[in-house]
Write a protein that binds this ligand. Structure first.
Ligand SMILES: [Zn+2]
Length: 319
């Protein structure tokens, strides 16, 4: 058994074995803190390999222009939720800012002091290149030297599940967020119907990049113990969840894991070859036909808090 990366306890139960990856990982459940973690914890080499194969997409956009249009629309809705009620020229930090598109959007629309943090690599280089008005920091959260109680808002969108030291990173957030500051954090929902139905074919499992998952009730309890009071939890996400259904279904049907996703995020379409392009056509057709259905399914699931991802907003009230 692998130690829990959240609480360091040894007592783990295998939740399910992962057969869809060439390396025999398993998802284990911690009997102590109830975190679900990838076991064994990937080595630095395994992670480097997983992130280096075009994970962030190439060139300007992460996805092709049509999808990028949709992403921008959802980005603007996310932005207004994150900064609602924040004072003029308040300070916001986006942890795992990628190429900085969210921060550039905020800069255009709001008068805020913006910072972004990204690990060294292609995304950080692109963030520096495309920076329209934020301070970019590179490296891991643990090694940054932000002053105590600096930020009014910290956002961490679909990054928590990638962290190797998630508990320590939450500790750092407690230090640098102002009392009564806001933390917006989104992540896959291991208690979702998608996760339960698809198991190791689930798109948001994303082996070996996603290292940790929590059921919402366990996550909120743990956060409350750290002084984070829940303000809102949002389960519906047309940005994340319907695509999760499409790709997870395709993973079951086609055996080529995340094939459509890999195609969508690369600009080198020619690398896929003629035979693959025919298959891509079938996958795109499947996506087009099923998308309306899965949009409705997400709406329905969100009523029961069983959607594939969740976005929490917390107020930090240190005790
Ligand atoms: Zn644990």
């Amino acid at each position: 058994m692998t130690q829990c990366i959240f609480c360091n306890e040894d007592e783990q139960k295998v939740f399910f074995k992962i057969k869809t990856h060439s390396f025999p990982y398993a998802l284990q459940k911690c009997t102590h803190c109830h975190a679900y973690t990838l076991a064994p914890t990937p080595t630095t080499e395994q992670l480097d390999k997983a992130y280096n194969t075009g994970y962030y997409g190439e060139g300007e956009a992460k996805f092709n222009p049509i999808i990028e249009f949709g992403v921008n629309l959802f980005r603007s809705m996310r932005a207004s939720r994150a900064v609602k009620g924040i004072p003029e020229s308040g300070k916001l930090l986006d942890i795992g800012c990628g190429s900085g598109a969210f921060l550039n959007f905020l800069h255009k629309k709001y008068n805020l002091q913006l910072s972004g943090l990204e690990i060294e690599g292609d995304a950080a280089l692109r963030a520096a290149d495309q920076n329209k008005g934020f301070t970019l920091y590179t490296g891991f959260l643990q090694t940054t030297d932000f002053s105590k109680e600096t930020f009014d808002v910290i956002t961490i969108y679909h990054v928590f599940e990638h962290l190797l030291t998630p508990n320590e990173d939450l500790g750092k957030i407690q230090q640098i967020l102002k009392p009564n500051g806001r933390l917006v954090i989104s992540m896959p929902n291991i208690d979702s119907w998608q996760a339960k139905f698809f198991k190791d074919d689930w798109f948001h499992l994303d082996v070996p990049r996603h290292l940790i998952f929590f059921k919402p009730k366990d996550f909120k309890r743990m956060m409350q113990a750290k002084g984070f009071e829940i303000e809102t939890e949002r389960y519906i996400s047309w940005e994340q969840n319907p695509y999760g259904y499409i790709q997870s279904s395709l993973n079951v049907l086609s055996k080529k894991h995340n094939f459509l996703y890999e195609f969508l995020k690369t600009n080198e379409k020619s690398a896929f070859g003629k035979r693959n392009l025919f298959q891509i056509g079938l996958h795109v057709l499947f996506a087009g036909i099923t998308l309306p259905l899965f949009l409705l399914v997400d709406l329905f699931e969100s009523l029961f808090k069983k959607s594939a991802t969740v976005e929490y907003t917390f107020r930090y009230q240190p005790k």
